[in-house]
Design a protein around this ligand. Structure first.
Ligand SMILES: C[S@@+](CC[C@H](N)C(=O)[O-])C[C@H]1O[C@@H](n2cnc3c(N)ncnc32)[C@H](O)[C@@H]1O
Length: 243
């Protein structure tokens, strides 16, 4: 099973990505009412520490990241641009101590939302660093940098096997986040694109696909009926680089 097949096979009890849950407690929707196609209880136990971390994501997306990193060949790396409090990055590193995982964030964003996303008021960096230090192995690294500087100064020749750009989602930045990674992505690499309910990331990703015809396949696309949805939050796409 590859990551796109895994994403397609995730099931939700009482709701779907395009319908809202009509009953049950919000705390249950992601962890109890989401069923993974493989090792459901194993993932829930492994990833339980994530429940303490503020997030703009879901358990389904964390499990998908963990699954993709687990499958990644050992000489490749997981690169997450935009870690914030660490939810998506720690989803990749937990249980994957032998995989190379790199997080990048310049902690520039004051995340504000008109939605009731229960966003925390405090500074994410010290919280991120404490959680990262708890979970990391020597194969895991973090760079406090602007993502363009990271690619220019630090990334060098490391082939990327799993890539999640989750920083500035304005069209130009999202496109640049994909374009800068492109030469470093290994054949067969997986790219996660979230927030595709929004026009900027969606258009930028479609344009990137169009501009790199025959080099990537769109392997999974699921919009959600609202932001903050317990399935795939604000929509998710998976691209795979061709061999
Ligand atoms: C949406 S949050 C990331 C959420 C995180 N992936 C999660 O799962 O909770 C976006 C993050 O991108 C970072 N960011 C925004 N612009 C950036 C840039 N130009 N370079 C590096 N990081 C940036 C912000 O500081 C913020 O922490």
């Amino acid at each position: 099973m590859n990551p796109a097949e895994f994403a397609r096979a995730i099931q939700f009890q009482g709701f779907s990505p395009v319908t809202l849950p009509s009953q049950g407690e919000p705390e249950h929707w992601e962890w109890q009412d989401t069923f993974l196609p493989e090792h459901d209880s194993g993932f829930k136990t492994l990833l339980a520490p994530l429940q303490a971390i503020p997030k703009l994501s879901t358990f389904a997306m964390a499990a998908l990241i963990n699954f993709a990193v687990r499958q990644m060949p050992s000489q490749q790396c997981f690169l997450n641009i935009g870690t914030w409090y660490g939810y998506s990055f720690l989803a990749g590193i937990i249980g994957n101590p032998t995989k190379i995982c790199i997080g990048v964030d310049n902690f520039s964003n004051d995340i504000v939302s008109t939605l009731n996303l229960r966003l925390p008021p405090s500074d994410p960096e010290p919280h991120f660093r404490a959680w990262f230090d708890q979970q990391r192995s020597p194969m895991h690294a973090f760079f406090k940098l602007e993502f363009r500087d990271y690619f220019e100064l630090f990334h060098q020749n490391m082939p990327i096997g799993v890539y999640f750009y989750d920083a500035d989602h304005a069209y130009a930045a999202q496109y640049e986040g994909l374009a800068l990674a492109h030469p470093c992505l290994a054949p067969g690499a997986w790219i996660l694109v979230d927030d595709i309910n929004e026009e900027g990331p969606y258009r930028a990703t479609l344009d990137f696909l169009q501009d790199h015809r025959n080099q990537y396949t769109l392997a999974f696309e699921q919009k959600t009926c609202c932001n903050g949805h317990p399935s795939f939050w604000n929509g998710l796409m998976l691209l795979q680089k061709q061999c």
